[in-house]
Design a protein around this ligand. Structure first.
Ligand SMILES: [Zn+2]
Length: 748
């Protein structure tokens, strides 16, 4: 960039002062200072770029791609002015009727000004912009998005598009997860088997990743792919032009199956290992940390990586290492003896330090997931990516690490009602991405300064293809872009929401398959004044919600929802939003099947956990059963506690049977209860046991498990259901077991 003109238009603007007129041009991320000029428009058929124009210019590219027309008359200027007073990556932008001026001290600032212009463009001419002044710079220097291509290989075309998306939102880091258990995606010249073997697995298309089984002997390996070093160079260059640093992640010492299928000699057992087909029966060998050859192998790989990626940090993963395999390895145990360490976790610390040294020799810093801090001897120069919660942000920043916050930005989680969404796990709606403050409130100034930024993660276990990737990414990435760029005092959920339709229209034009979950109606059954009511809501209100109670698809003649609907008996509830555009939402459904217990008063000895309906335990007898997704909003989750549910039927009644559901999913720490007991009482004080049951049998399968207890001649007013929690987690002693339960049905 030439530095010809130095004038501080920034100062001029500051002297003139700002009068915000509340005009919303729907920019995302919202600029930090903006004032608009009413009635002023810059209108041009062609533009000429003058001054310190960056070598790669978005406006230039657009103009090159726009054919000249005979009617093109108005050519106007855009001036690029080097201004050393502008903050890093920042810019100022002035739009007047005949001239646009951009000031910045960095190429990235000029490019971001151009991105702002791209969003400001209005219909009517090649370049029609509203008059305004903007002074803008990012809140964080790390505004990242992660992409996991080990689980599913997306390919170069997609990655280039991904980079364009980040760039258009002024994001500047692509964290590229290139290696993991089910696939190695980057050519390493010295070890060709990493891709010849490690990039290919059996085709399990159509099966969910969790159910995709490991390769059988002799099976063809046809699913996968990898990037050649030539591809990588092209992608890194493309990203750099757009101010995006690519941080490669090469996972070690765990999450390494694909590498060890190719080169089993660097594992503890020496293998051989079958190639995973997904997660089912997948072996998880680690690198053997007690074998010196492992370090030679990894140093060779990292040296090729460092050649390809000019980033300050190389990410080595370091998460979720199953360390017990080191306890069974003589080499690892010998190392442990030599180092006089007692705990296998210290072996990982030793390993991380060795890798850090190797990277330092290449002039690079190590970054890893927050597990690399365990052991407390990690050198402060290592960067820490926090994924397990706010406490770890505090711990890492106070220890002097540069920290990237990712724990509230996992875009592989559900973004709407699980009943309406493609199957995944967890829950992260758009509003939570937007409103969550990544800097812990208790941070000291020093700790704050160590927060390098924020990053979204796109893990692809449940994302097998590109349309699904787009669906999970948009619109949540729009919220994240603003978290990274816009100062907290300028953030405003309502303003963000008002900017969304215009941005979504842009996504339509680009044919991006974004999710519209924010507009889908959600159904809740809520007892009000002793009567069960049906209530609908949307994350972002849009259009009219119309509903039916007879199971028919809502149409334009169905009643419009205006407030709680009283239910007078069984109902098959359906709800759908109808938008002004003529489009319609998905249809939400709930089946209301009242029994003797529905809506009756009850108490709980232990409350369900907050995130699993602790605030609305009435779902235990609301007449609606939980679905096959334990996080569909209809299941109560009890963490480590017994369930003790005491129901008051109001008067003595005959009861013939009790039916209830539990959920099993041990990989999510959800276990079946150890025992069930049912008691009755006429006065709520003296209790008699009427049934005891070992509970549903754990048969190794996941999902809903029902118990049905039949009584004879039981008449009671009070009824108590107890379900005993296993308590401590059988594998992780610090953890506890969940019980998930829904719908206590009582029949006469
Ligand atoms: Zn070993």
């Amino acid at each position: 960039m030439k530095k010809t003109v130095v004038i501080s238009a920034l100062l001029t603007l500051l002297i003139q002062g700002f009068t915000a007129r509340g005009q919303n041009y729907h920019l995302l991320p919202e600029p930090n200072y903006m004032t608009t000029k009413e009635g002023v428009y810059f209108v041009a058929d062609r533009v000429e770029l003058f001054g310190d124009v960056p070598e790669f210019s978005v406006i230039n590219e657009l103009q090159k791609a726009t054919p000249k027309k005979k009617t093109d008359k108005r050519t106007r200027r855009i001036m690029y002015i080097f201004d050393k007073f502008v903050l890093d990556e920042g810019y100022w932008l002035s739009v007047e009727d005949t001239l646009v001026t951009i000031g910045s001290a960095t190429t990235s600032g000029f490019l971001y000004a151009e991105q702002t212009i791209m969003q400001l463009r209005q219909e009517g001419a090649f370049m029609k912009l509203p008059g305004l002044e903007i002074i803008d710079s990012p809140r964080f220097g790390w505004r990242g998005m992660h992409l996991d291509e080990s689980r599913h290989f997306m390919g170069k075309e997609f990655v280039l598009k991904y980079i364009d998306w980040l760039f258009s939102l002024k994001m500047n880091v692509l964290h590229w997860h290139l290696t993991d258990a089910p696939g190695w995606r980057i050519e390493i010249k010295k070890y060709p088997k990493l891709t010849e073997v490690g990039a290919w697995r059996p085709d399990r298309s159509g099966l969910s990743f969790m159910e995709a089984d490991t390769a059988k002997a002799g099976e063809a390996m046809t699913y996968g792919g990898y990037y050649t070093q030539k591809d990588i160079k092209e992608i890194v260059r493309y990203a750099a032009e757009r101010n995006i640093t690519i941080i490669p992640e090469i996972e070690m010492p765990g999450h390494t199956t694909a590498a060890l299928v190719a080169y089993p000699e660097y594992s503890c057992t020496g293998g051989p290992f079958p190639m995973p087909g997904g997660a089912k029966n997948s072996p998880y060998p680690n690198f053997c940390v007690g074998n010196e050859d492992t370090y030679v192998f990894l140093a060779d790989i990292l040296s090729e990586i460092a050649e390809l990626f000019p980033s300050e940090y190389i990410h080595i993963g370091g998460d979720e290492v199953e360390r017990s395999q080191w306890s069974r390895c003589s080499k690892c145990q010998k190392l442990k003896g030599d180092l006089k360490i007692e705990d296998d976790s210290k072996l990982q610390v030793y390993f991380t330090e060795r890798i850090e040294e190797i990277l330092a020799g290449m002039g690079r810093k190590l970054m890893g997931w927050d597990e690399i801090m365990e052991g407390e001897t990690l050198t402060p120069s290592a960067g820490v990516m926090v994924w397990r919660g706010e406490d770890l942000v505090k711990r890492a920043t106070s220890a002097g690490h540069q920290v990237v916050v990712t724990h509230n930005y996992y875009f592989d989680l559900y973004q709407g009602s699980p009943a309406l969404e493609p199957k995944t796990y967890g829950y992260l709606p758009l509003e939570r991405v937007y409103t969550y403050e990544p800097v812990p409130a208790s941070s000291t100034d020093m700790e704050r300064a160590n927060i390098r930024g924020v990053q979204g993660c796109l893990w692809t276990e449940m994302i097998p293809d590109k349309p699904k990737a787009e669906y999970m990414l948009f619109p949540r990435i729009l919220a994240l872009a603003e978290v990274g760029w816009t100062q907290p005092e300028k953030k405003d959920w309502k303003r963000f929401v008002s900017s969304l339709p215009r941005y979504l229209k842009r996504l339509d034009e680009q044919q991006i398959n974004y999710a519209t979950s924010i507009f889908d109606p959600e159904v809740k059954l809520v007892p009000e004044g002793g009567v069960m009511t049906c209530q609908f809501s949307q994350q972002i209100p849009q259009g009219d919600i119309r509903y039916t109670l007879d199971g028919n698809e809502p149409g334009s003649g169905s009643p419009v929802y205006t407030g709680p609907v009283r239910l007078r008996g069984k109902a098959e509830i359906r709800a759908k939003a109808f938008y002004a555009s003529g489009k319609e939402s998905k249809t939400s459904a709930a089946s209301y099947q009242p029994t003797l217990s529905t809506g009756k008063q009850f108490s709980l000895k232990n409350q369900p956990a907050k995130q699993y309906n602790g605030d609305r335990p009435w779902i235990l007898n609301d007449g609606v059963k939980g679905s096959v997704s334990f996080n569909d909003g209809n299941w109560c989750g009890f963490y480590g506690d017994d369930v003790e549910f005491t129901l008051d039927l109001g008067e003595k009644q005959d009861i013939k049977s009790l039916r209830t559901n539990f959920y099993a999913q041990e990989r999510s720490w959800i276990y079946l209860p150890e025992a069930i007991m049912v008691e009755k009482s006429d006065d709520g004080e003296n209790w008699t046991t009427i049934a005891s049951n070992p509970g549903p049998a754990a048969d190794g399968t996941e999902g809903i498990k029902t118990i049905n207890l039949v009584f004879e001649g039981v008449k009671t007013r009070f009824l108590r259901v107890k379900a005993r929690n296993k308590g401590q987690h059988p594998v992780y002693p610090d953890g506890k077991c969940w019980i998930f339960m829904d719908e206590i049905e009582l029949n006469q």
